[in-house]
Design a binder for this molecule. Structure first.
Ligand code: MG
Length: 349
């Protein structure tokens, strides 16, 4: 087996926060385990799922999630920080079998940010929320001096109603299940990078940023109770998500590289920039781990959903190498597919 990819090498011996701590990879996991969980951890937070499920005394289970958006540039092909903040939050709720209902948002704005651009970001956030039938019920603004932020940052909290139980959760994969991806990967990361690197005139790659609840609804209805795990692919890319699912479930996962859909322009831009699409963020794609007997039904339901026509089976859950992901590569070999250690693309969401 070849060594896992671990480039670029992060500064891990420092006593300072590094960009790699925001990667969603191994450094992020260390930060969470060493700084946050020892103080804030409890039986719900410790599950580290996309959204936490809890119930008030009345009994109806709810899902809650929170997130911060710092994408640079703020406007990118196929979206902006406003629509992204909505989609990212409601998608985390959807991944737990919850219907997104309410949103709280806080806007941290840098002095000097053009009001026209702020208006456009807020409009885009509002449109995305109303298209998803999500009500913004609490909001806040803060303005900081020049240089203390970068344009605008948004933090959100989303609340949803859990409508499918048992809810899909990262620990529920079992050997024999199949691994699906809801379409081609890497478009969000490459759309942001093309703009950032000034390559957006040469490429027509649009971010895949999109709300996923309707796709999840079709999948859950078709798959009955056999959808064990759902996770949207964001920072850390497909490789990061699949590793998290293998670790939480204490199972092994084998992926078949040739069946992982990557659009040709995305593949080409990745090559130019020296990136591996398996580690590039999406914002409108998810991984589903489904019991084998339901996969045909789930596949045909998803392929009829707008945006999920390219759903593909890309691998299998196995009982060997628990916690690890093995990639059967295009050229026939096998290699361990680890999480990235540090940061491949900072400020992608
Ligand atoms: Mg997520």
């Amino acid at each position: 087996m070849m060594e896992p990819i671990s480039c670029p090498s992060p500064h891990r011996d420092s006593r300072l926060v590094r960009l790699g701590h925001g990667s969603g990879g191994r450094m992020t996991a260390e930060l969470i385990e060493e700084i946050f969980l020892p103080v804030l951890g409890n039986e719900i937070l410790n599950q580290l799922d996309d959204a936490a499920i809890f119930a008030c005394d009345s009994g109806q289970p709810l899902a809650i999630t929170t997130d911060a958006y710092v994408v640079s540039p703020i406007f990118f092909p196929g979206g902006d920080i406003g629509s992204l903040a909505c989609h990212g939050t409601i998608n985390d709720l959807s991944m737990r079998g919850a219907q997104p209902k309410y949103m709280a948002a806080s806007f941290i704005i840098e002095e000097g940010f053009p009001l026209e651009e702020l208006k456009s970001v807020v409009q885009s956030f509002g449109n995305a929320c109303s298209n998803a039938l999500v009500k913004v019920v609490a909001a806040d603004t803060k303005v900081v001096g020049r240089g203390a932020a970068d344009g605008v940052f948004i933090t959100t909290t989303g609340i949803g109603e859990v409508i499918w139980q048992p809810a899909p959760a990262a620990h529920r994969a079992v050997p024999g299940d199949l691994v699906l991806v809801s379409g081609d990967i890497g478009r969000h990361g490459m759309a942001v990078m093309s703009k950032r690197e000034g390559l957006d005139f040469e490429s027509t790659i649009l971010s895949d940023s999109a709300p996923l609840f309707e796709q999840v609804r079709s999948l859950m209805q078709a798959g009955d109770r056999s959808t064990h795990c759902l996770r949207d692919i964001t920072r850390g890319g497909l490789a990061g998500v699949v590793n998290e699912l293998a670790q939480s479930s204490r199972t092994g996962i084998v992926l078949d590289e040739t069946s992982i859909p990557v659009e040709s322009q995305v593949g080409a831009l990745c090559e130019i920039l020296g990136l591996d699409p398996l580690f590039v963020a999406c914002e409108g794609r998810f991984v589903a781990i489904v019991a084998e007997q339901s996969v045909e039904r789930v596949l045909s339901a998803l392929r009829q959903c707008p945006g999920a026509e390219g759903t593909a089976v890309i691998g299998r859950v196995v009982d060997s190498h628990p916690g690890r992901v093995v990639l059967q590569s295009k050229i026939g070999g096998e290699r361990l597919l680890d999480k990235l250690s540090g940061e491949q693309l900072p400020r992608i969401c």
